[in-house]
Design a protein around this ligand. Structure first.
Ligand SMILES: Nc1ncnc2c1ncn2[C@@H]1O[C@H](COP(=O)(O)OP(=O)(O)OP(=O)(O)O)[C@@H](O)[C@H]1O
Ligand SMILES: [Mg+2]
Length: 138
């Protein structure tokens, strides 16, 4: 299985665990595959919307079996988050929110947010928050 297939498999697993109201931070260096992972999660949730980096539009919305917000905070300062009404994305009701560069949100990021950690090595490992994986037991 190559790295892309592994990412697709992880995305399918993650998608099955997500619920409305979840906030998920994707951590990993530039080019580690955060946007790619979001794309495959959105596909697993049967979106027909085009997934791309929302660097310029800030937040993108994908409608599928579970609606998603996709944020990329790379160019954002913590103070700017107040201007964009971050509460809608950080406390979603009927959607789940996936955030690239969540560290930029500082203390505004909810403590309950789940964590996905990506590496940029040839294996492109994706570490899934154990609190999210716990749902597989239920
Ligand atoms: N699992 C993977 N296997 C092989 N290549 C991958 C994988 N995931 C991503 N890539 C490739 O790596 C490059 C960067 O991916 P991507 O844009 O998803 O990274 P990113 O973490 O979102 O980057 P940024 O920090 O700039 O937002 C792309 O060319 C993508 O096709
Ligand atoms: Mg990206």
């Amino acid at each position: 299985m190559d790295a892309i297939e592994q990412t697709q498999k992880a995305a399918t697993r993650i998608a099955a665990l997500l619920r409305a109201g979840d906030v998920v931070g994707l951590y990993g260096p530039m080019g580690s595959g955060k946007t790619t992972l979001v794309k495959y999660i959105a596909r697993a949730l049967k979106t027909t919307d085009t997934v791309s980096s929302p660097t310029f539009s800030l937040a993108q919305r994908y409608d599928g079996t579970l609606p998603l917000w996709h944020l990329d905070l790379y160019r954002i300062e913590e103070a700017d988050l107040y201007d964009i009404g971050y509460e809608d994305y950080f406390y979603p009701e009927e959607a789940a929110t996936l955030i690239e560069w969540p560290e930029k949100a500082g203390s505004l990021l909810p403590e309950t947010a789940f964590t996905l950690c990506l590496t940029k090595d040839e294996n492109r490992t994706i570490q899934i928050d154990p609190r999210l994986l716990e749902r597989e037991q239920k």
